[in-house]
Ligand binder design. Structure first.
Ligand code: KG4
Ligand code: ZN
Length: 350
């Protein structure tokens, strides 16, 4: 195995994740332990419980990631470190944005491992991690890419000119697209997380059954989803006979129409060579198909990370950390977690 090997740790929300990535060899292991069962009964993520679950799950998840990667032997025992030799060349962890109590668990662990193993540490922006997910599966990319980053907390269009080079083109002015999926799912009694549940039942529904708004569709690159959620609620109250399948399919179609239109517009605006999806909502099948089809029709490259790399995982954090260590250098160990961390952008000319 060649190239530095990086252990990534991700605990910004409700997935406890660790992964081992080789800068040259790709993903050696990626373990994601979902806390869905912990939070489902409350209909959403409970920050206190997320932090506590990360504390319990993180060490076993890291051990499993190291074991699966066969990382030069060393693992840890319950009583501490069994070997002084480091199993990896560096440790990376998400420092924000996310839930403060959740972030601190992964960040503290990463700092401790960096010190104990005597290897550098990279503090990774979760949003940048999502942008790196596509680089894991696609090594040859013609820049720039128009990237739609759609997750539970963020919905933004970014012109990616290469690793570390991002320009913000547009974003939601209210709810994130994933938040809209989660809220509509909760309203329909489908539970948490909402996106996969909506996608599942929408397969049996008619996407034209409900006439729903496509806000801000005609121009610009900003988006709005809170009106759509309200329109769904109003329509269902007015016509309770409409099936959940039809409601879910109509809602999903409205979101997909907006996201695809805006992404293609963004690609045109920056003369992108291709389009790319990132973030949890990018796991959505109809969105992936609609964007891929429309972009290919325009002669644009289509870069879709695998579904596992779209939702929160630590391989994307390790990949971003490996790049950072090589091009920027290690992060000082006194860095804190930042729940509101923004993506670092390059200035627009003029
Ligand atoms: O990126 P992510 O795992 O966590 C955040 O950083 O927020 O994204 C989670 C979001 C949730 O809102 C979830 O409902 C949505 O991604 N999601 C989906 C699908 N899978 C996850 N939305 C639509 N369709 C899916 N298949
Ligand atoms: Zn995320």
């Amino acid at each position: 195995m060649t190239g530095p090997v990086v252990l990534g740790i991700e605990t910004s929300c409700d997935e406890t994740a660790a992964a081992v990535v080789s800068a040259e060899g790709g993903v050696l292991s990626s373990v994601v332990s979902s806390q869905v069962d912990v939070h489902a009964v409350y209909g959403g993520v409970v920050p206190e419980l997320a932090g506590r679950a990360h504390l319990e799950l993180l060490n076993p998840v890291i051990d499993l990631a190291l074991t699966r990667a066969g990382s030069r032997g060393a693992t840890r025992s319950g009583s501490g470190f069994t070997k002084t030799k480091s199993p990896v060349d560096a440790v990376a962890a998400t420092i924000g944005p996310g839930l403060i109590g959740a972030l601190l668990v992964g960040l503290s662990e990463a700092k401790a491992l960096s010190l104990a193993w005597g290897v550098p540490f990279a503090g990774v922006n979760h949003l940048e991690g999502h942008l790196f997910a596509t680089l894991i599966d696609h090594r040859e990319i013609d820049w720039p890419l128009a990237v739609l980053l759609v997750s539970g907390g963020h919905t933004m269009l970014v012109s990616m000119e290469g690793p570390g080079r991002y320009r913000l083109l547009g974003e939601t002015v209210d709810d994130a697209a994933g938040e809209a999926f989660d809220k509509v799912a909760r309203f329909l009694g489908l539970g948490y997380p909402g996106g996969p549940a909506i996608e599942r039942i929408a397969r049996g529904g008619d996407p034209t059954r409900l006439a729903l708004p496509r806000a801000m569709l005609e121009e610009g690159l900003d988006m709005s989803f809170s009106g759509l959620k309200t329109a769904v609620v109003r329509s269902v109250k007015r016509s309770p006979e409409i099936s959940n399948e039809d409601v879910a399919a109509s809602f999903q179609q409205a979101v997909v129409d907006v996201l695809v239109t805006k992404t293609l517009r963004a690609a045109e605006r920056v003369h992108a060579r291709g389009v790319c999806l990132a973030g949890g909502v990018a796991a959505n099948g109809p969105l992936r198909r609609a964007l891929a089809e429309a972009a290919a029709g325009l002669g644009l490259g289509v870069f879709l990370p695998s579904r596992e790399m779209c939702t929160d995982n630590a391989a994307m954090v390790a990949a971003a950390g490996a790049w950072q260590l090589e091009h920027i250098g290690p992060t000082p160990l006194d860095i804190g977690a930042d729940p509101g961390l923004r993506l670092t952008l390059i200035d627009l000319p003029g």
